[in-house]
Design a protein around this ligand. Sequence first.
Ligand code: ADP
Ligand code: ADP
Length: 226
Amino acid sequence: MIELKNITRLYRSVEVSTAALRSIDLTIAKGEFLAIMGPSGCGKSTLLNILGAIDRPTTGSYHYDGLELTRLNEANLAEFRARHLGFVFQSFNLVDDLTVQENVELGVLYRKDLKGQRSNLVEAALDRVGLAHRARHFPNQLSGGQQQRVAIARAIAGSPDLILADEPTGNLDSENGAQIMSILKGLNAAGSTIVMVTHSRAQADQASRQIDMLDGRLLLSVTRAV
Ligand code: ADP
Ligand code: ADP
């Protein structure tokens, strides 16, 4: 599904140049649940942003189902993201003055192909995370764990093939974190491919594969025996 070859990402400024990623080769198969770990600053977010086509590599190629993404222009990349990807962030990133329902609808707003089905898709996504009864509430009326479930509903409303999650439980207590993990595992069991950055070895152990990063490089990769 995904093939990164020789990916490098340099951040250049006047005085310094930082290599956030160095010669990354990574293949991700459909249906995988990949956990990425490593110390702060090792390049995890940069890698996730490149996988999510939010950022472009300085060198290297990114094939997604055979499509070379680094050759697409911004408009085509935006369309690609809307159709194929779902994003979940550590800080939820909900819009405070929109209701839960309206926040989730943002996940399918740019999908012209789904225009007539939006309200059904929003309802199904909220159902999936157990928050259908909160549709008319506002984010600040919900707990952190509930807000992250809304963010997951927004990410999955358009049935993306790939879910990218950057420390999705980083701002949550362990009980809410476990609930988010259980939702992600359920989505993975139902066919979604997931790439998650985490600081928790216990969470990474629940993924189908773990990759450790250091200084912009991939270290060992552990695949769980099933
Ligand atoms: P993490 O929680 O993954 O460690 P950080 O808090 O370090 O992420 O960074 C969050 C975001 O801020 C990154 O995705 C990146 O885009 C940006 N960022 C990180 N370091 C720098 C930097 N030195 N200069 C500018 N932006 C940065
Ligand atoms: P992680 O997510 O593992 O904490 P990041 O991918 O955020 O790491 O950052 C990797 C390296 O790139 C760090 O040295 C960070 O300071 C640097 N970096 C990240 N984003 C930027 C940016 N926008 N501008 C400059 N440097 C950045």
